[in-house]
Ligand binder design. Structure first.
Ligand SMILES: Cc1cc2nc3c(=O)[nH]c(=O)nc-3n(C[C@H](O)[C@H](O)[C@H](O)COP(=O)(O)OP(=O)(O)OC[C@H]3O[C@@H](n4cnc5c(N)ncnc54)[C@H](O)[C@@H]3O)c2cc1C
Length: 670
């Protein structure tokens, strides 16, 4: 079996080749910004002892709020990264060093920095979102133990950060080179697990052996799965915490809710994704950035008794990928009466409810009105989730219901409610119109089914939901049997709590409950935390909340770790002893300096029912290729199959599709 990196590289390469074939490559996002930040670095050199202290001043992480914050204060000293020396000297020197830093930090302010000769970097934002910096680093004199050893960041390094987005063809080439480099490194360098020098030697275990850098990962969704799948976890001490011990391929959740595919076909165990990662089944209840700890909670059951266990986990780097929650916009009754489509449990409950509703409608004592209400499906939200669920529901009704419940067909209704005047906002207008047409007309003529049994109701916003009726803002009342809420996502309480405690996170209203990051995905104001996927927001680079973005961010971050960039530096630079890249000479960036994240838009797809789908392929400049109908469906199926995260999932999904088209969907309820 090929090493993980190689397997992942080839799987991704295969998927991307297919995407290229169907033209699903997109234009890059906007310009890059090198983050503005200050950092101080000191080294003790005394005899054999070497210590690297690294501390940051509160508010210095990002320009914008540094102006408001005194440059250094005692409370601003965050941490001493570690010391490469044996006990007991380690503790002793560490304490002394800490005191020295604290003393100096207390006294140093922006106006008297000269007194202590500590290096300070000042940044300014200039027009066109480019950051420039000047370093005022000075050598401290006359102190053998605490001398400023050097700033690994300098203006020269900042100027080497790739500032402009790579144009479309070069970005594709850059990604291809990344995959080749991953494959080479996977074989030769990355899995060596080199320890004992540089980065790893900064911390020692009690027996003097080097401690690995601790990475804690929150979540097992698109971003974190892609991160651990690509990460060489032998180099680091990686622990993933999530209440879900599997990855879920969310784009096929609608198919799973209607029985087109089975849930196990679209999930992968986290342990399978990367066996070198330690997985803990728990929910993170608090992030403590100052202490570099997370609090977790898990339910432990023995026999019939269950108890709640709390524990803390410390980290050097926290990868925050908790995703987003459902947004009910505070509308009364939504939480209590609507089904959602976000997790495996949601799809499974919905599938059960659909089966149940037909059995109920089949009971002899029902009036026609009651049957119509019971068999009215309301889907709220006409984004990709709402549209694809409606399409799958239609397929089920037109392909399977006639076999089992032909007499119930006249009572079936599907109502798609959309608050705006358009469906599928991300698509061009032509494709939006095609989607409405595809959804509104029956796929094939089925005797007994009303011609207009599917209604797409635009400009229809929900005011209130009860157990039997949905009331719209214009007063319309829709009696329903099953209501599914697919109207948008919102922030998680965990993310909001973290944001609340960090001043820098309250700077940008556009973040709307997501963690504000720089273009290396580092969270503003939280040294040591990176955020990915739906819970993150890169300032000045708004990206859609999609699996595509999350997965690309996960793979990008894994590469930064695999290639040993030091994210604690102002500009992440490669550690001096990191394995050199084989293809460095032909890359578009200086390999010593990390390249910022750039999103490669692969295009968008949506299934609209009866073997029709929409594909919007984005090319260079503003070129957009629009495909609909059967060709779109072939593209949709090919991409969804190729994007499965393992060979096992590809085989199971292909088998499910074949089984459904040959034998239909299974309506049994257990
Ligand atoms: C039905 C549906 C269809 C979709 N279709 C598409 C599509 O076709 N194309 C596309 O690009 N995108 C699609 N998306 C969007 C896509 O799924 C998301 O953008 C993507 O999942 C975001 O990835 P993420 O890693 O940020 O979050 P998620 O994938 O949501 O993962 C979050 C993880 O964090 C865990 N978690 C949450 N809270 C905690 C906590 N307190 N402690 C520990 N762990 C926690 C969760 O259990 C989960 O494992 C779809 C989404 C849905 C729901």
């Amino acid at each position: 079996m090929a090493p993980l990196g190689v397997r992942q590289a080839w799987a991704t390469a295969g998927a991307q080749t297919l995407l290229m074939l169907v033209g699903l490559m997109g234009s890059p996002a906007e310009g890059f910004v090198a983050p503005g930040a200050n950092s101080l670095l000191g080294t003790v050199q005394a005899g054999r002892l070497q210590a690297l202290s690294h501390f940051r001043a509160r508010g210095l992480g990002h320009t914008g709020y540094q102006k408001r914050t005194p440059l250094l204060q005692r409370s601003n000293v965050r941490r001493v990264l570690g010391l490469s020396m044996k006990e007991p000297q380690k503790e002793q020197v560490s304490k002394e060093l800490q005191e020295k830093i604290n003393d100096k930090a207390t006294a140093v302010t922006s106006s008297d920095e000269k007194k202590f000769d500590i290096g300070v970097s000042q940044f300014q934002q200039v027009p066109n979102s480019t950051w420039t910096g000047t370093t005022t680093l000075k050598q401290r004199q006359g102190d053998p133990e605490f001398g400023v050893w050097g700033q690994t960041w300098d203006a020269a390094a900042a100027s080497k950060v790739r500032k402009d987005p790579l144009p479309w063809p070069l970005l594709i080439l850059d990604r291809a080179l990344d995959l080749v480099e991953d494959a080479i490194q996977g074989k030769e360098g990355v899995r060596t697990g080199r320890q004992g020098s540089g980065y790893y030697a900064l911390n020692l275990n009690d027996d003097g052996s080097p401690k690995k850098h601790k990475i804690a990962v929150i979540g097992s969704g698109w971003a974190s799965h892609s991160f651990i799948k690509s990460l060489d976890a032998t180099k680091y001490d990686v622990t993933l915490v999530s209440p879900r011990n599997y990855f879920l391929f969310t784009p096929m959740l609608a198919g799973a809710a209607t029985g087109t595919v089975e849930l196990r076909s679209i999930t992968e165990s986290i342990r399978e994704a990367n066996p070198d990662v330690n997985y803990l089944e728990a929910t993170v209840t608090e992030v403590m950035p100052k202490d570099k700890k997370i609090s977790c909670q898990t339910v432990v059951c023995e026999g019939a008794e269950c108890s709640i266990n709390d524990f803390d986990l410390s980290y050097d780097t926290l990868v925050y990928a908790a995703g987003a929650g459902v947004n009910t916009f505070g509308i009364a009754g939504v939480k209590e009466h609507c089904y959602f489509l976000k997790q495996v449990g949601d799809a499974s409950r919905l599938r059960e409810a659909i089966g149940n509703t037909f059995e109920r409608a089949n009971l002899p004592d029902m009036t026609d009105d009651e049957r119509t209400r019971t068999l009215t499906f309301v889907v709220v939200g006409a984004g990709p989730t709402g549209v694809e669920l409606t399409a799958e529901l239609k397929d089920f009704i037109e392909q399977d219901v006639p076999k089992f419940y032909p007499h119930l067909l006249p009572f079936i209704r599907i109502k798609v409610l959309e608050a705006s005047d358009r469906v599928l906002m991300q698509f061009e207008q032509g494709l939006q119109n095609t989607a409405v047409k595809d959804l509104s007309r029956p796929g094939k003529s089925v005797a007994g089914l009303a011609e207009d049994y599917v209604q797409v109701m635009l400009k229809s916003s929900v005011k209130e939901v009860t157990s039997t009726d949905m009331t719209l803002n214009d007063g319309t009342v829709i009696p329903y049997g099953i209501a599914v809420w697919a109207a948008g996502i919102g922030p998680l309480p965990l993310t909001l709590d973290l944001i609340k405690g960090v001043e820098a996170q309250n700077d940008d209203p556009k973040a709307r409950g997501r963690l504000i990051c720089d273009k290396f995905l580092r969270v503003h104001g939280c040294p040591g935390i990176v955020a990915l996927g739906d819970s993150s927001y890169i300032q000045d680079l708004p990206l859609p909340a999609t699996a595509q973005v999350a997965a690309q961010q996960g793979a990008y971050l894994a590469r930064l770790f695999n290639r040993e960039y030091d994210l604690s530096e102002v500009i992440p630079t490669k550690r001096p002893d990191a394995a050199p890249e084989t293809l460095a000479a032909v890359r578009f960036n200086d390999e010593k300096i990390a390249k910022p994240f750039q999103f490669l838009n692969l295009g968008i797809l949506a299934y609209t029912g009866n073997s029709n789908a929409l594909a919007q392929i984005e090319g260079p400049s503003s070129l957009k290729i629009e495909v609909a109908g059967l060709a779109g469906w072939l593209g949709w199926r090919s991409v969804y199959l190729a994007k499965q995260v393992s060979g096992r999932n590809i085989a199971m999904v292909a088998f499910d599709w074949a089984k459904t088209s040959l034998f239909g969907r299974d309506l049994s309820r257990f």
